[in-house]
Write a protein that binds this ligand. Structure first.
Ligand SMILES: C[S@@+](CC[C@H](N)C(=O)[O-])C[C@H]1O[C@@H](n2cnc3c(N)ncnc32)[C@H](O)[C@@H]1O
Length: 233
């Protein structure tokens, strides 16, 4: 079992913050932007709506949402890592028009009585939460009726399938050694373990249905390496 204590997780992300965007671009060859754009286009946020990017990190999805809900909507970029949020904030200072509000918070501490969103997205966040089911339940409680939610994360393929073997080789022999050159080996070794514990797409759909989402879809991307969970309350 890996440690999913919020303090431990925020420390990991604070430690890697200074290389976070650089490694995301390098290790995905820039493709993570395409996957994030794909998720946002499927969710179809509209001008005037209120959206939250939970576990927003340096804010890639927050910025995409900002483009679409401006000028009348609002976007909340929420994360527990102070250092990643600081980078996000710095990037948003360069924008001409923004309706973004950054918040340093554990998503489980968001008050579901007073916070309701038209839509919520989360990229590479669900896998890091202390409990995946509680995370999806939390998103459900934070949505208005008919609200949409979308999650992008590594797809947990069948053991010993080609995508799963590729994923292991890639993480073990490319990601971990390269991050080791920057003394971040331990932090990046965490990814493989977190995927091992992460439910497969079918299980994620089952959890979402059980929680009460009325529309539930799962799509894989990039030869089964990534997965999109799309939900409607
Ligand atoms: C892999 S990063 C993803 C960041 C960003 N969404 C992206 O796609 O680049 C996971 C993020 O989840 C945040 N996180 C993990 N648990 C959290 C929690 N309970 N509440 C808020 N943020 C959390 C971490 O601080 C980290 O920024």
């Amino acid at each position: 079992m890996i440690n999913k204590n919020p303090k431990y997780i925020s420390n990991i992300f604070n430690e890697i913050s200074y290389k976070y965007d650089f490694f995301n671009n390098l290790f995905s060859l820039g493709l993570h932007f395409l996957w994030k754009r794909k998720l946002i286009s499927l969710l179809n946020p509209k001008n005037g709506e209120e959206w939250a990017d939970l576990c927003c990190g340096t804010g890639d999805m927050t910025f995409l949402l900002n483009e679409l809900v401006t000028p009348s909507g609002k976007v909340f970029g929420i994360d527990i890592s102070e250092k990643l949020l600081r980078i996000a904030q710095r990037k948003s200072n360069n924008l001409v028009r923004t309706v973004i509000y950054w918040e340093k918070k554990d998503i489980f501490d968001l008050d579901t009585q007073i916070r309701k969103f038209d839509g919520i997205c989360m990229s590479y966040g669900l896998r890091n939460l202390k409990n995946v089911e509680d995370g999806i339940q939390k998103v459900f409680s934070l949505l208005k009726d008919n609200g949409r939610a979308g999650f992008l994360d590594f797809n947990h393929s069948k053991n010993n399938s080609l995508p799963s073997i590729f994923q292991k080789i890639y993480l073990r022999f490319i990601v971990v050694p390269i991050s080791g050159l920057f003394n971040l080996k331990e932090e990046y070794s965490y990814i493989e373990n977190s995927i091992k514990d992460f439910p497969k797409g079918t299980k994620l759909m089952y959890i979402a249905k059980k929680i009460g989402f009325k529309e539930v879809k799962y799509k894989t991307l990039f030869g089964g390496q990534m997965g999109l969970l799309l939900l409607k309350k």
